[in-house]
Design a protein around this ligand. Structure first.
Ligand SMILES: Nc1nc2c(c(=O)[nH]1)N[C@H]1C(S)=C(S)[C@@H](COP(=O)(O)OP(=O)(O)OC[C@H]3O[C@@H](n4cnc5c(=O)[nH]c(N)nc54)[C@H](O)[C@@H]3O)O[C@H]1N2
Ligand SMILES: Nc1nc2c(c(=O)[nH]1)N[C@H]1C(S)=C(S)[C@@H](COP(=O)(O)OP(=O)(O)OC[C@H]3O[C@@H](n4cnc5c(=O)[nH]c(N)nc54)[C@H](O)[C@@H]3O)O[C@H]1N2
Ligand code: SF4
Ligand SMILES: [Mo]
Length: 702
């Protein structure tokens, strides 16, 4: 076929950064396949990439700004929309102060470099500290640990999966999620390669996951007890004289305080609470210490829980104590071509600068925890949020007690959403601004290159031109910033800012630039991760703080939480955890027929022994309730669940009224966040504690 074209790009959906090869005839997509010449992903993709064409063509996708009126949604011009938003935001800020306008950023922002480079200017123009994002429903504990241990929240250690001999995976399911804070396309192959070179993979999870099934050893753990396990492993290393700090010894500060802090946690003390035998905990610690190289990697399951801050600190601690930090095969640091880690030396840290008004929660990573957003909107008084802007986020489905957040949005004086759909969150907006997405957007990963298991760089041109009336997210943000400040446009585009960042980055002197990336549409390989922490450390004293006071102090909360002695809760006997599904991404991909066809995947997984006690049969509808709310969903009896624990997919719940996602509404599932509690947080970081939510389960007709 003569007019067949091939386009290369990076998939923007999840963190894996897979290279795509898209064949087209005219405007018609013939195929979407993995790009074998992408130096990083080498041809790997998952089913979601093929659905990029569905999102592009989706008839439900918004293309014109909408205004809510008494007679329903009305299409308006961009100019009208911008004018009304500017006026309303200005008036509200004049009457109630700058912080009266809040913002919420969702996950797709992290996959859009235009947004990343435009946000600083936008936030300056808006001038509000009331910033929230999905980060506090996700990875905030990682940033807090990095800030206090290494001096920069973005300096996150990444498991060197391609060279390790022993990988301990805690609360992550990369076979399904494709990896998180570990950008590793084709992670299945990479895990298998560990085994093929004689290494070992161990998974710690209350569910025998898809990843666990491929590992050498899986250990069930009681939800939220991971900090105890990690403390006991660290205890074992000290007690048995196995601590080896290696090449970082001269940089590590606080080792005595650490030894003191872990002393009260012998494995024998935590074994019952965790559900893992003391001898097994000791063996794990020894295996990690004895392996030529080893890495402990803990993620969502160990982050979105009541002790997420402790877990992420202790994960770094184990990697440091076994001499596996900043070392090939251990936990390493990237040297990305566009570097987000700026020198913070000598500058006051923004961490902990403010406290939230209602619940006094900390301001970390430039924002307050989303678990308290509804409180800030609903609680009257000075500093109350009166208007909101959500940008590529669906917090009504994604935050704890999302239903209450929806009510809070409904009570606002004014709300704006920048989104591609009319959905559970954007339906509360007074104005929705439609952005371009996916195949219409140029792509460069500023965030995920910082979290990748190999240094590479790649820029993708948009495949399809945007329609004359469409706007990119960044154009919307920039226009609002200009109107709010009355400034002239400086003419800077995200591409120019990216180019400047590349030229001034670590590879600038080797000719790195946007032009170079344009010449290499498959991407440029910059090599495996290298030891570099000594140069990249940002702490004031240039040292690694292995025992930050903030984290040490949080051990008191762990001690008094009752987790070590917890008995049965007769009212809410089950512990609910989340899971991800291979064919959906958070809340927004369910409008692709290709992805959601077939049986309803939004099921309650429960062990057969538990189901028997409750008289529940496979496929029967179950009612899951907590003090916050209730959901009904089909039972899936599954002996891959730990007894006493039930699992529900996150990101579902398109069963609300007045949204505009046809396919999603035909197979809506339910939102587990109608049951989760916004008061349940990791008090150290403010991150939402989804996992371990106490629930009751019964047959619907009971
Ligand atoms: N119970 C429970 N809750 C969870 C989790 C869990 O494991 N369990 N996981 C948490 C995690 S890790 C995350 S990251 C959050 C996600 O939480 P959110 O980020 O709030 O949710 P998303 O579904 O990613 O929302 C993306 C929104 O952006 C829109 N969108 C998609 N592409 C674009 C685009 O290109 N431009 C614009 N402007 N909009 C776009 C979509 O329509 C959708 O409204 O959920 C969290 N919530
Ligand atoms: N297909 C698909 N891929 C995705 C996404 C998606 O929605 N769908 N979302 C993307 C996003 S935004 C993110 S942040 C990443 C997340 O990627 P991952 O971190 O891999 O997250 P999950 O797949 O949710 O796996 C978390 C695991 O923790 C376990 N768990 C729950 N509670 C506990 C606990 O208390 N202790 C322990 N040890 N384990 C526990 C769960 O059973 C689950 O297996 O995935 C990304 N990739
Ligand atoms: S694994 Fe993630 S990046 Fe790769 S194709 Fe699937 S959704 Fe896209
Ligand atoms: Mo996430």
């Amino acid at each position: 076929m003569s007019d067949t074209k091939t386009h290369y790009r990076t998939c923007n959906i999840c963190e894996a950064m897979c290279g795509l090869e898209i064949k087209l005839q005219g405007e018609d997509i013939l195929s979407i396949k993995g790009d074998k010449d992408d130096p990083f992903s080498q041809g790997h993709i998952c089913p979601k990439a093929v659905a990029l064409q569905d999102f592009y063509k989706d008839k439900d996708r918004l293309k014109t700004p909408l205004r809510k009126t008494a007679d329903g949604w009305q299409e308006i011009s961009w100019d009208e929309a911008f004018e009304e938003i500017t006026t309303r935001f200005r008036d509200i800020q004049q009457a109630h102060g700058k912080n009266a306008v809040g913002t919420y950023l969702g996950n797709p922002n992290a996959h859009n470099f235009g947004n990343a480079v435009t946000f600083p200017g936008f936030f300056k123009a808006l001038g509000s500290n009331n910033r929230y994002s999905s980060a506090s429903a996700d990875q905030l504990p990682h940033h807090v640990a990095s800030n206090y241990m290494f001096g920069a929240g973005m300096l996150i250690p990444i498991p060197d999966i391609d060279h390790t001999d022993f990988m301990l995976i805690i609360g992550a399911n990369p076979i399904v999620s494709n990896g998180s804070l570990m950008t590793a396309p084709g992670v299945g192959k990479r895990l298998k390669a560990i085994q093929q070179r004689g290494g070992k993979v161990v998974v710690i999870d209350p569910r025998r996951t898809e990843t666990a099934r491929k590992s050498d050893e899986h250990l069930f753990i009681r939800p939220e007890t991971d900090a105890l396990l990690l403390l006991a492993m660290a205890h074992t290393l000290f007690e048995e004289g196995r601590v080896r700090l290696g090449h970082l010894e001269h940089l590590i500060e606080g080792i005595d305080q650490l030894e003191e802090a872990v002393r009260p946690y012998p494995p024998e003390r935590v074994a019952d609470a965790c559900g893992i035998e003391a001898a097994t905990i000791r063996r794990l610690a020894r295996e990690m210490a004895d392996a030529p190289t080893a890495v402990c990697y803990s993620r969502m399951g160990a982050s979105t829980q009541s002790f997420g801050g402790l877990c992420q600190w202790l994960t770094n601690v184990l990697n440091l104590l076994t001499g596996n930090f900043d070392k090939r095969g251990g936990a390493m640091f990237t040297q990305p071509a566009f570097d987000l880690v700026r020198s913070t030396k000598g500058k006051p840290s923004s961490y902990g600068r403010y406290e939230s008004r209602v619940r006094k929660l900390p301001f970390y990573n430039g924002e307050f925890p989303v678990a308290t957003l509804a409180d800030e909107i609903l609680t009257p008084g000075e500093g109350q949020i009166k208007a909101m802007m959500t940008i590529a986020g669906n917090p009504v489905l994604s935050s704890p007690d999302g239903a209450r957040l929806g009510e809070a949005f409904g009570s606002l004086e004014f709300m704006v959403s920048v989104d591609i759909y009319l959905n559970e969150t954007t339906r509360y907006a007074d104005i929705i601004l439609p952005a371009t997405t996916g195949l219409e957007v140029p792509h460069f990963d500023v965030f995920f290159n910082s979290f990748a298991v190999r240094n590479t760089a790649k820029f993708s041109e948009p495949l399809f031109a945007k329609a004359p009336d469409q706007k990119h997210d960044w154009e919307i943000l920039k226009e609002l910033a200009l109107r709010l400040t009355g400034r002239e446009d400086d003419g800077l585009t995200p591409e120019m800012m990216l180019d400047a960042g590349l030229k001034h980055g670590a590879y600038g002197d080797q000719g790195m630039s946007l032009a170079k990336l344009r010449e290499n549409p498959h991407g440029v390989d910059l090599g495996p991760l290298q030891p570099c922490l000594e140069q990249r450390l940002q702490t004031e004293d240039g040292r690694i703080h292995i025992a930050p006071q903030l984290h040490i102090d949080d051990l008191d909360r762990l001690e008094t939480s009752g987790i070590l002695s917890e008995g049965e809760d007769p009212t809410y006997p089950f512990s609910m955890i989340s899971r991800r599904l291979a064919r959906s991404h958070n809340t927004w991909t369910q409008n692709s027929h290709r992805l959601v066809k077939g049986k309803n995947p939004c099921t309650l997984q429960i062990h057969s022994a538990d189901a028997r006690k409750l008289g529940l049969e496979d496929g029967q509808a179950a009612l899951v309730s907590s003090p916050v709310g209730r959901i009904e969903l089909p039972v899936e009896i599954d002996d891959d669940m730990f007894e006493g624990v039930v699992s529900v997919p996150q990101g579902w719940g398109h069963n609300r009224k007045n949204t505009g996602m046809t396919v999603a509404e035909s197979q809506p599932g339910v939102s587990m966040n109608d049951v989760t509690d916004s008061q349940r947080i990791d008090a150290l970081t403010g991150n939402a504690a989804f996992n371990g939510t106490r629930v009751a389960v019964q047959a619907v007709d009971a």
